[in-house]
Design a protein around this ligand. Sequence first.
Ligand SMILES: Cc1cc2nc3c(=O)[nH]c(=O)nc-3n(C[C@H](O)[C@H](O)[C@H](O)COP(=O)(O)OP(=O)(O)OC[C@H]3O[C@@H](n4cnc5c(N)ncnc54)[C@H](O)[C@@H]3O)c2cc1C
Length: 489
Amino acid sequence: MAEYDYDIGVIGGGAGGLTVTSGAAQLGAKTLLVEKEKELGGDCLHFGCVPSKTLIKTAHVYHWMKNAEKFGLPALDLPPVDFREISKRIKSVIDTIQPHDSKERFCNLGARVEFGQPAFIDEHSIRLNGHTYSAKNWVIATGSSPVVPPIRGLDKTDYITNKEIFYLDHLPKSMIVLGGGPIGTEMAQAFCRLGTEVSVVNRAPQILAKEDADMADAVKEVLSAEGVNFYLNSSIEEVNDLGREKEVKIKTGEGSTLSLKAETVLVALGRAANTNDLGLDKIGVEYTPRGIKVDNRLKTNLKHIYAAGDINGGFQFTHAAGYEGGIVISNAIFRLPRKVDYTFLPWCTYTDPPLGSIGMNEKRAAAAGIKYTVWTEEFKDNDRSLAEGETIGKIKMLLDEKEKPIGVQIMGPHAGDLLGEWVAILNGKVKLSTLAAAIHPYPTIGEINKKVAGSYFSPKIFSEKVQKGLKFFFHLKGRACAEDACSEQ
Ligand SMILES: Cc1cc2nc3c(=O)[nH]c(=O)nc-3n(C[C@H](O)[C@H](O)[C@H](O)COP(=O)(O)OP(=O)(O)OC[C@H]3O[C@@H](n4cnc5c(N)ncnc54)[C@H](O)[C@@H]3O)c2cc1C
C-alpha cells in the first residue's frame, strides 16, 4: 500500500476547509491545512459575512438615530460618519474572532498549518514553498472571488469589490452598485444609510433573483424609500474612469441609454471559483468557471479528492461550506458514504428588514411542478413588531398537496433568526399542528411562526360545520349579538 505523509490534506483555510481540518484532526487523522493568505478565516471573516454584518449594524444604528423622533425621542442633528472609525470597528470585530481561526488553535487540535501557494504535482502530492507534501485524500476548499465581467472600460476603471469596500479611508459621496444580488443589495442599503448617494444597476427585472418577486420587491420598496435609486432591466454597456468620477453607461429596459456618474463603482456581479494555480489541469480534476465538478458525496472525478464550499459552485454560504465540510469528513474519514441534501438549506439576505428563505418558495415549487398553497401573516399584525417599530413585511408558508409545509419565506424583522424554528420543524418533520398548538412567549416577533401555522387551521376549526356540530351536541346558543348590531354597541 502506498505511504503518504498525511491522511488528509486541505487546501484553503475558510469555512469549508477549517471545518474539515478541525473535524479530521480531532478524529485522529494526520491533517495538513494549506492557506495562501497570511491569516486563516477566508472570505467570511475578512471580506464577507463578518465585515458586512458589522457594517450593516453600524448603518442600522445611524439610521435609527436619524429617525429618533419616530420613537418619541428628540430629533438629532447628526454629524456625517467617519468611515475610518467604521473600518476600525470592523477590524476590531475581526480581530476578536481571529484567534478562533488561528494557526495556534488548529495546531492545538492536532493539525499542521502551512501558509503559501500550493500546486498539485501529482494526484496525491502538492508542492509548497519548495517542499513536497503527500496525502491519501485531499480537500479543495479555496472559495470564490468576485466576478469581473468583460464590460467595456471596466478593466481601465478604478472600481471596488467586497475586498476593498470594508476598508475604505472615507465614505464615498456617491456609489454605483453593479448587481442586485445579496451582496449588492446589502451594501446599497448600508452605504445609503451612512450618507452615500447609491444607485443599483441590475439586468433582471427584480433584485435578489432567487427570491419570489413579491418578497424581493418589498425589500426594494424599503430601499427606494430610503433613497436608493434602482435601474432594473438594465444592461451595463460601458464603464469610464473620468478621474474623480466614474461613469457607467446603461441601456434601460425601454431601450434608452443613460449615463450614471458616481465617485465609486462597486462590482457585485457574482462569484467565480478560485481554481487558478492549483495545478488542477496537471492532475486532471474537472472544473468549469463556476466551480470544481463534484458528485453528491462531494468527490471530484478523482475519487480521493473532494471539493467543499464556494469552490464547487453550489450554495455560496458559510453554513453551506460548513455543512459540506461535515459531509467530506463522513466520507473521507469515517468512510460512511453520505450524500449532500440541500432540501432545507436556509439563507438570509441581511437588509433591514432581512429576507430569509428555507425550502420551497413559489418560484422553486412552480419550477419543480409542485402544487402548493400559500399562507401568510403580516408583521403589522404582530404586537411586538408594533412595539419595536418594525412592521414591514410578511411570512409566507407553502404547503404541498398533502398539506405538509415545504418551505417558508420571511421578509421582516429578524427573518434569519425566525427561520431557526422552521429549520427544526422542516428537518424534524414536525407536524404543523404541533407548531400551531405550541406555546410561544408573548410578546415576541417569533409568534408569527405559530400564527401562520394557525392561519391554516383557523378556517377549519372556526367553520360553520363545527359550530353546527357543537350546537347540536352541546346546545350552544350561538351569537350573543347580531352581526349588523356590533357597531351600535
Ligand atoms: C460581502 C459578502 C457577504 C457575505 N455574507 C454572507 C452571510 O451573511 N452569510 C453567509 O452564509 N455567507 C455569506 N457570504 C458568503 C461566504 O463568505 C462564503 O460562502 C464562504 O466564505 C465560503 O467559504 P469557503 O470555505 O468555501 O471559502 P472561503 O471562506 O473564501 O475560504 C477559502 C480560503 O481558501 C484560500 N485560498 C484561495 N486560493 C487558494 C490557493 N490557491 N491555495 C491555498 N489557499 C487558497 C483563501 O485565501 C481562503 O482563505 C458573503 C460573502 C461576501 C463576499
